[in-house]
Design a protein around this ligand. Structure first.
Ligand code: GLP
Length: 240
């Protein structure tokens, strides 16, 4: 795992955006796996700036997002589809028909998951997967559990995650208790994985990611089995 420790959030966002920009320049029709959460927002802002300045283009890029709350309509202002449109897609020259987020209203979530993985496989898997991490070590919505799923699936959110994400909703009771998330399979098949973790409350996960053990109870530790992971964190997440 390649570790980059930054002074602050701004530097993390710039470093992350630079890595994606380099990929876009080298492979303009690349497949990106994207993440939501507050952590990648600054990086998306940097990418929007570079796109507006004509340094990069998303014209031929295809994207697959990690997850979506369930059940939640794509136009709900807390849906991850809405998040992606408002933080990135609406501001760059991407063809929206090439952007994919699991359908939070799928009548048959198992079939939705299977079709989502198949689409990623048919696209040749992602060139780069962006990940944030939950305070409990979840990636996407793969929550700490004895057994993790390989495929995209419907999952129940833990109390810790519901509490952490309540800040975005009117109240904790409004946070959906389930989500459709990419499983570990499509994440681990990405050619490169870019993890962003900032702030003291991510220190636990960052320290677990940097020791020499893996556990499904901290799903982010499984990334150690991947040969090309870049972890960008700030001093607060690194030092605690
Ligand atoms: C959500 C998302 C994750 C994200 C996590 C951390 O639970 N499903 O993909 O990594 O939040 O969010 P934040 O970056 O706001 O700490």
């Amino acid at each position: 795992m390649k570790l980059i420790v930054c002074e602050n959030y701004g530097e993390m966002s710039e470093k992350g955006a630079k890595i994606i920009a380099e990929l876009l320049k080298a492979k303009p029709n690349c497949i990106l796996g994207l993440a939501t959460g507050s952590t990648p927002v600054g990086m998306y802002e940097e990418l929007v700036k570079m796109n507006k300045a004509g340094e990069i283009t998303f014209k031929d890029v295809t994207t697959y997002n990690l997850d979506e709350y369930y059940p939640l309509a794509p136009d709900h202002d807390q849906s991850y589809r809405y998040f992606m449109n408002h933080n990135l897609f609406n501001h760059v020259d991407i063809d929206k028909s090439r952007t994919h987020v699991p359908n939070g209203l799928a009548g048959d979530p198992a079939a939705e998951g299977e079709a989502y993985d198949k689409a990623i496989e048919n696209a040749g898997y992602t060139d780069l997967q962006v990940l944030g991490v939950g305070q409990n070590g979840h990636i996407g919505f793969n929550e700490p559990e004895e057994e993790l799923y390989v495929g995209t699936h419907l999952t129940a959110l833990t109390e810790n995650t519901i509490e952490a994400n309540a800040r975005f909703f009117a109240s904790k009771d409004d946070v959906p208790t389930r989500a459709i998330t990419m499983g570990m399979g499509s994440i681990m098949k990405a050619r490169t994985i870019l993890v962003l973790a900032g702030g003291k409350n991510k220190h636990f996960v960052v320290s677990k990611m940097l020791d020499d053990r893996i556990t499904a109870f901290v799903p982010a530790t499984l990334l150690k089995l991947h040969k090309d992971v870049i972890l960008i964190c700030d001093k607060a997440a690194y030092e605690g």
